[in-house]
Design a protein around this ligand. Structure first.
Ligand code: GLP
Length: 253
């Protein structure tokens, strides 16, 4: 795992966007795995800026989002569909048919999960996956548990996640209790992964990802066995403990 401690949210966003852009320039028909939440908003803003300035053509890019709340229609203002269009898709030239987000209001959600997994496989898997991290160490919506599901599935959200995500809803009761999420195997099969973490509340899960044991109770800790993960992390929450001395990071960003 390569660790890049960064001292401002804007710099983190720029660095992540530059890495995404580089991937797209090297492989114009890249299959991108995308994340939602407040962390990647700045990265999307940067990508939109690059596109507007003529430096980034996304016309051949294909995207797969990590997750979606079960029961929310794409038009719902808190759905991840809505988020993706408002923060990114509306402003760039990714073709509609190349955008994939699990349908939260699918008639048959189990079939939706199977179809989603099939589509990812059909396009050759994900080249670059962007991840955020939940306060409890979840990625996508893979919640801490004694067992994790490998592939795209329906998951019961933990109370911790429901509480954390209630900041986007009118009240706690409005937060959906279930979601569709890529599984950990779906994510781990991505050729390259960028995990971004910003803010004090991410210190605990990030330290577990960097130096903790690999445990299904911290789903993001599984990333330690992936051979191409870049962690772009808030410098303030990054502790230079002896356990992580062997890991590489740049001198200055
Ligand atoms: C949600 C999403 C995750 C995201 C997490 C953290 O639960 N399902 O993909 O990483 O929130 O969000 P934030 O970036 O807002 O802290």
């Amino acid at each position: 795992m390569e660790i890049k401690p960064i001292n401002s949210y804007n710099k983190m966003s720029k660095l992540a966007a530059e890495m995404v852009a580089e991937q797209i320039i090297n492989k114009p028909n890249t299959v991108l795995g995308l994340a939602t939440g407040s962390t990647p908003v700045g990265m999307y803003r940067e990508l939109v800026r690059m596109h507007r300035e003529g430096d980034l053509d996304l016309s051949q890019v294909k995207t797969f989002n990590l997750d979606e709340y079960l029961g929310l229609s794409p038009e719902h203002s808190q759905s991840y569909h809505y988020y993706m269009y408002e923060n990114f898709f509306k402003y760039v030239n990714i073709r509609e048919e190349n955008i994939h987000i699990p349908k939260g209001n699918a008639e048959d959600p189990v079939q939706e999960c199977l179809d989603y997994e099939k589509k990812i496989k059909g396009l050759g898997g994900i080249d670059l996956q962007i991840l955020g991290i939940g306060v409890n160490g979840h990625v996508g919506f893979n919640e801490p548990n004694i067992n994790l599901e490998a592939r795209t599935h329906i998951i019961q959200l933990s109370n911790e996640t429901i509480t954390a995500n209630s900041r986007f809803f009118k009240n706690l009761d409005e937060v959906p209790k279930k979601a569709i999420t890529m599984g950990m195997a779906t994510i781990m099969k991505s050729k390259k992964i960028i995990l971004m973490a910003w803010g004090a509340e991410k210190k605990k899960p990030i330290l577990k990802v960097i130096s903790g044991p690999i445990a299904t109770e911290v789903p993001a800790s599984l990333l330690q066995v992936h051979n191409d993960v870049i962690l772009i992390v808030d410098k303030k929450i990054y502790s230079f403990s002896s356990a992580i001395n062997s890991l590489s990071y740049p001198d200055k960003i």
